[in-house]
Design a binder for this molecule. Sequence first.
Ligand code: ZN
Length: 203
Amino acid sequence: MDSLTQLTELLKKLPGIGPRQSRRLAFWFVRQDVAFIQSFSKTLLEARSTITVCPKCKRLHPKNSAREQCAICSSEARDATTVMLVEKDVDLENIERTGTYTGRYFVLGGTTSPLDAHPEKKVRIESFLALLANTNEPIREIIIALSATTEGEDTYTYIEEKIKPFIESRGIVITKLGRGLSTGTELEYVDKDTMVHALKRRS
Ligand SMILES: [Zn+2]
């Protein structure tokens, strides 16, 4: 296999990249300056070795020798009574950008549908349930903040069913982002005002 084909095969592994796009990207890469390629590879390696997964909320965060948990999980200023479940890191960033949410998070890592034989492999529900079972934090509310898409709805139903037995005796409520989000909206692309509104109108 020549190196251009090898590069194509590698790029095909990127999320959302098909065979045709990966070939186009491979051609693009080999036409760039060597300096750019060097800086690109260096940055990629650096990001991989300095970013780590928070053991508590599962979000990606810069490694810190002083603490294992991310800045949000270890901050005393964050409201420990509220946990928001999001699909992915970019959704969390989008909500942080509103500056109005002060609770904690948990990153589920994906969505599921009723057709999945092993939904627990797509959504980190087991880790979240373990967290719920072992925490001594005074959690009062779990906000499920997912996209207003079919996948989001299916995942909401799945998570709600899984969580219910754990919270009934503890007085924890499950809420959902308000219907300010129109159908088909992905959380990642929701603008600040709409998000603030959806947060306020959660029920
Ligand atoms: Zn964390």
